[in-house]
Design a protein around this ligand. Structure first.
Ligand code: 13P
Length: 339
């Protein structure tokens, strides 16, 4: 099985070819109509991209949208593995990503040869793998999970089977604590969630004693210990909107605050601090590669387009379909649409 290929366009326009003053949003709207394209965006994208998207969601809801859309073209604004999931689930569609370099530190931490050896050292274990990984890792796994369905899926697995969990050790440890299941963890972590500082969080809480803390389970245990709510990006959003409290500290990539501020402008959302006490290092550098210019160009150029070789696609599809099947009982987001 070879890996996913990103097709460039032979006659690609570049950012230098964009006429100064071009109304990018109007052009993107024209092109998406012409191409019958849907624009999907993760909550970690820039606010202007979230506002432009047809659908904004967490990893699970975006996968479900990609599997169900009847558009001919999917423009996936997130990181590359998310577009790859869309292509695996919807192979007949053209899947475009604004920037082929939008990777993921968790994906990087888990390379196929080492993961294969990890599985071979634990032949009786089920491999439960976080969606933040490459198609090759998915193909070597039994079931894929996201942060919003992992606990529900683990609870459906036979209690007598030991579990391998990759690649996020913090999410894995959180799930082991929640479910009481023993799990052997791959030693990966997300560079963004890893850098939140417990010490600075405690200081911020002291300054805002009324604030509730909402955290993503990719955060280290010491940070999660201070959280009033732990959940996926969508669950965090739902939590702060449903709460009757006024102030919240948000321990995940801070671009999700865009949706919070739009839906509850009277509430206050404070990004959780990193070790320097600031929050600028919490911005995901991979998510930040996507821009309106690149969305316009990918629709113009029909590139970068993802191609997943069929044997790899089929092998990665099986554990992804298992995930969707085992998530059927879980509701879809109420409609965090852009625009
Ligand atoms: P969710 O979208 O499942 O909350 O996960 C966030 C994430 O890690 C995206 O890379």
């Amino acid at each position: 099985m070879t890996e996913t290929i990103v097709l460039p366009s032979p006659t690609a326009l570049t950012e230098r070819d964009i006429a100064p003053g071009l109304d990018l949003v109007a052009e993107i709207n024209r092109l998406r109509r012409e191409r019958n394209a849907v624009i999907l965006a993760h909550y970690y994208q820039d606010g202007e991209i979230q506002d432009l998207a047809d659908f904004v969601g967490d990893s699970l809801d975006l996968s479900r949208k990609a599997a169900a859309t009847d558009a001919e073209v999917i423009v996936f604004c997130g990181v590359r593995f998310m577009g790859e999931v869309a292509k695996i689930l919807s192979p007949a569609k053209t899947v475009l990503i604004p920037d082929a370099a939008a990777g993921c530190s968790l994906e990087e931490s888990c390379q196929p040869a080492a993961f294969k050896a990890f599985r071979e050292r634990h032949p009786d274990h089920l491999a439960v793998t976080y969606i933040n990984c490459s198609a090759e890792i998915k193909a070597l796994s039994d079931v894929i999970v996201t942060s919003s369905n992992a606990e529900a899926i683990l609870r459906q697995l036979p209690a007598d089977r030991p579990i391998l969990f990759a690649p996020d050790r913090h999410l894995g440890a959180y799930l082991a604590r929640k479910t009481g299941r023993a799990m052997t963890l791959w030693p990966g972590s997300c560079i963004i969630h890893e850098q939140f500082s417990e010490k600075e969080l405690v200081k911020l809480k002291t300054r805002h004693p009324q604030a509730l803390v909402a955290a993503h389970p990719e955060c280290p245990e010491a940070v999660l210990a201070h959280a009033d709510h732990v959940g996926s990006t969508r669950a965090i959003l739902e939590f702060v909107l449903a709460s009757d409290r006024q102030d919240f500290i948000i321990a995940t990539e801070p671009h999700i605050i865009h949706q919070m501020a739009k839906a509850a402008p009277h509430k206050t959302f404070l990004p959780a601090p990193g070790a320097d006490g600031g929050c600028s290092c919490s911005n995901c550098p991979f998510m930040a590669l996507n821009t309106l210019e690149k969305i316009y160009l990918c629709l113009r150029n029909d590139a970068p387009a993802l191609v997943v070789p069929e044997p790899l696609r089929r092998a990665a599809l099986a554990p992804l379909e298992r995930m969707l099947e085992m998530s059927r009982g879980l509701p879809m987001a109420g409609g965090s649409h852009g625009g």
